[in-house]
Design a protein around this ligand. Structure first.
Ligand code: FAD
Length: 202
């Protein structure tokens, strides 16, 4: 087994994995998720928390999912494994940039969304959260979901999640979020929240 997947930038000791999966296409992901008892998706493993250090899970590395799919109209659509530096490079050729850059631009798109990453520019432009318009998600049962901001908001304290295997209802978390510029501890929660925000920073 390739030991480079067994720790992240926190250098938390004791990392070990049941297996390493390195899909080349997103179409492979649902089957990997369904086959895994426990799964740890990882990006560049630049987490400073130990959150990207496996403790016996199957590691799903997104490093080969590195295609830039579309750019234009003020947005860019990328696979999870595209480094932020590559996004900035491509955007620069369109006289654009991704404002809420974390300090480490080797981090991947998927990792920055999963951690609701932030950087010095966050004081002016916010964290990654408000800059994410849509996500393709694979849920723990392998079902797939495309979420576009504004299409699914909570009603009566519940979010309705339309997956390929039926609609799941989940309650909006009951706790109150602290009023700070970046939060990625626990799921986002707010009355009338957008479903996409349940995944960003999750
Ligand atoms: C020098 C340095 C500077 C840093 N500066 C900042 C900073 O300014 N701001 C900041 O916020 N962070 C910073 N970080 C921390 C880290 O770079 C960010 O949190 C980054 O967003 C993590 O991205 P990654 O691709 O490395 O994700 P990883 O470290 O691989 O994963 C982080 C977490 O996200 C999950 N995850 C990753 N990809 C996916 C996916 N596709 N789907 C679902 N879950 C996924 C993992 O399971 C893990 O829980 C810094 C790190 C370093 C080493």
């Amino acid at each position: 087994m390739d030991g480079r997947y067994l720790s992240d930038a926190a250098h938390f000791p004791g990392g070990h994995a049941a297996a390493i999966a390195v899909p080349r296409t997103t179409a492979e992901i649902p089957a990997i998720v369904r086959a895994a008892l426990t799964l740890l998706p990882v990006g560049a493993q630049s987490s400073l928390t130990g959150g990207a250090t496996p403790m016996g899970e199957i590691v799903l590395s997104t490093e080969k999912l590195a295609r830039i799919l579309d750019i234009g109209g003020g947005s860019i659509r990328v696979e999870a494994g595209v480094p932020i530096a590559s996004i900035q490079h491509v955007l620069a050729s369109h006289d654009a940039w991704f404002p809420p850059v974390p300090t480490f631009t080797g981090a991947f798109a998927g990792g920055t969304v999963a951690t609701n990453a932030a950087g010095a520019a966050t004081f002016r432009h916010g964290s990654v959260r408000p800059w994410v318009q849509a996500l393709d998600v694979v849920l723990a049962d392998g079902s797939e979901l495309t979420i576009v901001r504004g299409e699914h908001t909570a009603r009566d304290g519940r979010l309705r999640v339309p997956t390929t295997s039926g609609t799941i209802e989940v309650p909006v978390p009951a706790y109150r979020m602290p009023r700070v510029d970046k939060v990625s501890a626990g799921y986002f929660a707010a009355p009338g929240m957008d479903l996409i925000d349940l995944f960003i920073g999750s």
